[in-house]
Design a protein around this ligand. Structure first.
Ligand code: ADP
Ligand code: MG
Length: 345
């Protein structure tokens, strides 16, 4: 920040010298708007304000120090320069404030999104946590029995203790995942491995997938590039699509329930994610409505899942679309830009 401010001050100093040395008719001072525009894009608003005040003072000082040229023209140029500097600063700061407000609103929406889909996942989560807890209880009584024997069977007791430790870790991993999804955080796009995001999402739906006897097909080539995305928000999108697919699949007999998740690199700087189910499907009349907020065909639906998914995907510079799947069911496809760095996981 100090470096950028320094560079802009140097630019302003150069403009000041040029403005002072040239004749009244040459309005070098308008170039201060370059420094103000650069400041508004790169630096906090208060520094932009300070630089604007400085630009005005320097413009007045140059005018006072200039010795040659037509004074009247100089006066008009001075007025134009000051006006240009003032208007530019005002508009630039307004644009920055609008952008910040939009970002805040979006973050709030994303937070609500996480909280809503968490409600939907509650059943699944309860099972994911309960299972290791039940296993711990079983191992604990086994451990006690081995110790109560005469002589105590230390080896078997130790094995039981180790199982308890593993299960405790499993439970805390589930909790950590939930915490990651629910915490409000600032969006932080980074390099994310698509396969990792998909496995994390499926882990939170593992119970439902098993309970509904869904046949899962994953098509995730080893060579997939990382995508540039906020990992939690990417999971949010995938979670919404998987949740909808599950809802659709419940309406067909268990033997016909297939969920396919595939990712492939488009070769155009994007990776394409496909979530396809063999469930109830979407009619052609519904397709244009799917992404509208509050549009739902479910009794207990909020109609926000796809609207949120779309706002997340477009915020990342991608696109999302729904297609009736070939044969039967629904196919949701979204694209995200490929990351320029290697993935973190
Ligand atoms: N995979 C799918 N299969 C069938 N219908 C779907 C699918 N995904 C979305 N839909 C339709 O789109 C509507 C909106 O979805 P969404 O925005 O997630 O809201 P909600 O799930 O709360 O209804 C759903 O009510 C459903 O009619
Ligand atoms: Mg939904």
């Amino acid at each position: 920040m100090i470096l950028k401010t320094g560079a802009l001050l140097a630019l302003m100093a150069a403009i000041f010298v040029a403005d002072t040395l040239t004749r009244y008719e040459i309005a070098v001072a308008v170039f201060y708007i370059l420094a103000i525009l650069a400041a508004s894009a790169l630096l906090p608003a208060r520094i932009t304000r300070l630089l604007t005040v400085l630009a005005v003072l320097l413009t007045l000082a140059s005018f006072a120090l200039t010795r040659s040229g037509a004074y009247d023209t100089g006066l008009v140029n001075l007025a134009i320069s000051l006006l240009a500097i003032g208007i530019t600063a005002h508009l630039a700061l307004k644009a920055v404030a609008a952008r910040a407000a939009a970002e805040r609103t979006q973050n709030r929406l994303f937070h609500i999104a996480r909280a809503t889909s968490l409600g939907e996942m509650a059943a699944s989560i309860a099972h994911e946590v309960n299972q290791p807890l039940a296993a711990i209880a079983t191992s604990a009584s086994a451990c006690q029995r081995w110790l109560d024997q005469m002589p105590p069977n230390i080896d078997r007791a130790r094995q039981a203790a180790r199982r308890m430790e593993d299960d405790a870790h499993r439970a805390s991993e589930v909790i950590a995942r939930i915490r990651a999804v629910t915490q409000a955080h600032k969006t932080a796009p980074q390099a994310v491995a698509p396969a990792h995001a998909i496995h994390e999402t499926l882990a939170l739906h593992a119970h439902e997938l098993e309970h509904e006897q869904v046949h899962l097909l994953l098509d995730l080539p080893d060579s997939l590039p990382a995508v540039h995305a906020d990992p939690i928000l990417l999971q949010q999108v995938l979670g919404n699509l998987v949740g909808n697919a599950l809802d659709g699949l419940r309406q067909v007999p268990p033997s016909e329930r297939t969920l396919r998740i595939a990712v492939h690199a488009g070769g155009n700087g994007f990776a394409e994610f496909t979530v396809e189910d063999s469930g109830a499907g979407i009619g052609p009349d519904e397709t244009p409505l799917l992404f509208d907020p509050f549009w739902t065909t479910k009794d207990s639906g909020a109609g926000l899942g796809l609207a949120i998914a779309r706002s997340i995907v477009t915020a990342h510079g991608g696109e999302i679309a729904a297609h009736p799947a070939p044969g039967r069911g629904a196919r949701l496809v979204f694209r995200l830009p490929v990351s320029k760095e290697a993935s973190h996981d």
